[in-house]
Design a protein around this ligand. Structure first.
Ligand code: GDP
Ligand code: IMO
Ligand code: MG
Length: 454
């Protein structure tokens, strides 16, 4: 069977931790979209792994697949594999021949266009994700399978690179270097192709996974990003360029929708909101310069709100892992979650980070929105409309700081009562049971209510 792990908000909900938690019963873990824009954390026995491309099942020694829906930067993939090997893991990663390759010009153009876009910029990770998916849709991309065939690789590069060079130089008026040089790219990417072939790393993803399922094995599908970052169902244009939603799991692996639908789809929920990037956020607390629209330090916010935002940010470690920049934080947004539950068809929920909110007197939730004088319960279709929504809050009594590791051992009933009230409200509103509750970053700091593989 399959278990699909999907972010229900804006990324960083703790998907990596849940993949690791349930990964024991899985034989294969496959990513179905995104690329090295992801950062999935697994913490076990005090050791922390931050994974960008290698599927999170690697920590448990499971086979990892990068599905055809992914965009793969071979340089970061091999760096990550090598680093994990140095740390004592033995990652067994296979890459779909149909997956698209991120080339250096994609990264360069990502940075150039972000600077150009100003108010429309999403604050991308500058990994070349958008430009690579653009070329995929434009039918001028380079696929992993092309790296194995020197003639095809050269033909593809000879067509596309002059266009990219002209775009950078003539439209954006930028100087270009070896990232736009056909011979350099050809040599470098042929070497990656040779390593992929030597290490027997490429697969026909759908066939590979279906054969495993037919043999009775368990497959886990690891989503990256989150529903509100989905190119179709998210807050366009402040989104990524792929489909993190559950439909992406079928298109991005080659398994049929009935196969995915026969399994479980688990929505990962952070007990509050965090956001890296720009665009509206109706339940935002305080704000962050350069990310919160029109933020000038005190507009539309109060000192209390800023203090609360700082508290949650510090407790939850909501600072960029690379840049150290503060992330935007806010209260849980129920219209966003209702939208996610519908778009993904969740069969279960994992609610993480309830420990982060411990110690607060009250915990608020954006229950609905006031939109042009009406109360609405789900997200409107355009981001401009979403920006006009004012959250209507519901208050919950807070819960105390407790020994969370002991709670994880003792089970659901050991969770403080007010936190259970909060969890049950979420489950009721989404009409979906809670399968797991995250009470800390480690594998052992999760209350397991249900194991989807059992
Ligand atoms: P992902 O991108 O969805 O895999 O999430 P990230 O790994 O980017 O971000 C989640 C962060 O929260 C990581 O540092 C995790 O170790 C941590 N984390 C996950 N679950 C919990 C939880 O229940 N409580 C706390 N305090 N931290 C958690
Ligand atoms: P994980 O898998 C949080 C955000 C970026 C930006 C937008 C587009 O760790 O949850 P991109 O580089 O994809 O073109 O950026 O999406 N973003 C993420 N935010 N977690 C992620 O991944 C993200 N991946 C992309 O900040 O706003
Ligand atoms: Mg992350």
């Amino acid at each position: 069977m399959t278990v699909t792990i999907v972010g229900s908000q804006l990324g960083d909900e703790g998907k990596g931790g849940v993949v690791d938690l349930y990964g024991d019963a899985a034989d294969v873990v496959a990513r179905y979209q995104g690329g090295d824009n992801a950062g999935h954390t697994v913490v076990h026995d005090g050791t922390k792994y931050k994974l960008s491309l290698v599927p999170s099942g690697a920590v448990r020694g499971k086979i990892g697949i990068l599905g055809n829906g992914c965009v793969v930067n071979p340089e970061t993939l091999f760096d990550e594999i090598d680093t994990l090997r140095e740390r004592g893991l033995e990652p067994d990663v296979r890459v779909a021949e149909r997956a698209h390759v991120i080339l250096p010009y994609h990264r360069a153009l990502d940075g150039i266009e972000e600077a150009e876009k100003e108010d429309l910029a999403a604050g991308t990770t500058k990994r070349g994700i958008g430009p690579t998916y653009e070329d995929k849709a434009g039918r001028r991309g380079v696929r992993v399978g092309d790296l194995l065939d020197p003639d095809v690789l050269r033909e593809r590069l000879e067509y596309v690179v002059p266009q990219k060079k002209a775009l950078a130089e003539e439209v954006f008026d930028k100087e270009t270097g070896e990232e736009f040089d056909i011979d350099h790219l050809y040599e470098t990417y042929r070497e990656y192709g040779e390593r992929l072939a030597d290490e027997n790393m490429t697969v026909d993803c759908g066939t590979f996974l279906q054969e495993r399922i037919d043999a009775g094995e368990n497959v886990m599908l690891e989503g990256a990003q989150g529903t509100s970052l989905d190119i179709d169902h998210g807050v366009y244009p402040y989104v990524t360029s792929s489909n993190p939603t559950a439909g992406g799991a079928t298109v991005g692996t080659g398994l049929g929708p009935t196969v995915i639908g026969d399994g479980e789809v688990i929505g990962i929920v952070k007990a509050y909101l965090s956001r890296v990037g720009t665009g509206p956020l109706p339940t935002e607390l305080g704000g962050v310069e350069d990310q919160t629209p029109d933020y000038e330090g005190d507009v539309g916010t109060t000192a209390d709100e800023e203090e609360l935002a700082t508290y949650i940010r510090d407790e939850g470690g909501e600072y960029g892992t690379v840049t150290g920049r503060p992330r935007r934080v806010g209260w849980l947004d129920m219209p966003m979650l209702r939208h996610a539950a519908r778009a993904n068809g969740f069969t279960g929920l994992a609610v993480n980070h309830i420990d982060v909110l411990a110690g607060l007197e009250t915990v608020e939730v954006g229950h609905s929105y006031e939109f042009d004088g009406e109360e609405i319960f789900t997200m409107p279709p355009t981001t401009e409309q979403w920006g006009r929504c004012e959250a209507t809050f519901k208050s919950f009594d807070g819960w105390p700081e407790v020994d969370w590791a002991a709670v994880a051992d003792d089970g659901y009933e050991a969770i403080p009562e007010n936190a259970r009230t909060y969890l049950e409200y979420i489950a009721d509103e989404l009409d979906t049971p809670v399968y797991a509750v995250g009470v800390g970053p480690g594998r052992g700091e999760t209350v397991i209510v249900e194991n989807p593989y059992e």
